[in-house]
Design a protein around this ligand. Structure first.
Ligand code: MG
Ligand code: ZN
Length: 216
């Protein structure tokens, strides 16, 4: 596991994140940082987003994983620039990793950059990547107590995507309780219910992203 985070590490991260935020703003680039536990469906949501937007909106993706470029390969069919960061033992992305990735991911003409963070609900909450929007994805199979157990990542979220809602008939899952927990923690967060098993199921997410970049 990780050594406890020093304030210096986070302060250094925040400085780089501010530089990135300035660069993103200058380019008119919208950046979304997707955070979730492993297996909540971030890559599936990205696949649905690519189906909807790739070819119409110039977009790029940065994938963060401990090992393998499997997620980057899943997005290859959509023909968009995808850069895989393999973090090894580090269970989050930091702003320095994004800065290095951008040296190899040309952003000219790109309007939307999605960063798929390493599957982890704990320390990604502490690392600002310079993004305008943080999206937390949870799946209904994880139970409705996630916001209560992992508050920091939810308090900084612009949107909370509740994924795999097609499985609700098979589960005891209290959606009103979850929505209430999110809103008590973060009244400004938008809650989106999705399923990636059909394009229609992912519409609340794809439309939310499209609206962020002024696309329809
Ligand atoms: Mg993934
Ligand atoms: Zn970590």
């Amino acid at each position: 596991m990780e050594i406890p985070l020093g304030r210096k590490v986070l302060e250094a991260n925040d400085k780089v994140a501010e530089i990135l935020r300035g660069q993103f703003r200058e380019r008119g680039l919208t950046v979304i940082n997707m955070v979730s536990s492993p297996g909540a469906g971030k890559t599936s949501l990205l696949e649905r987003l690519c189906e909807r937007l790739a070819g119409r909106i110039p977009m790029a993706v940065i994938e963060g994983d401990l090992a393998t470029d499997a997620d980057a390969r899943r997005l290859a069919p959509y023909g968009i620039p995808v850069h895989q960061i393999v973090t090894g033992t580090t269970c989050h992305l930091d702003a320095g990793m994004i800065q290095s990735a951008l040296e190899r991911l040309p952003l000219d003409g790109i309007r939307l950059l999605i960063i798929e963070n390493v599957g982890n609900l704990v320390c990604p909450a502490s690392y600002d990547l310079g993004e305008q929007y943080r999206v937390v994805v949870i799946s209904v199979t994880e139970g409705e107590d996630k916001p209560l157990k992992y508050p920091p990542v939810f308090t900084a979220a612009s949107a909370v995507v509740i994924n795999k809602v097609d499985l609700l008939p098979y589960l005891k899952f209290d959606m009103p309780l979850l929505r209430d927990a999110v809103h008590r923690m973060n009244p400004g967060a938008v809650v989106l219910e999705t399923s990636c098993s059909t394009p229609e199921g992912a519409l609340p997410w794809t439309e939310w992203v499209a609206a962020r970049i002024g696309a329809d």
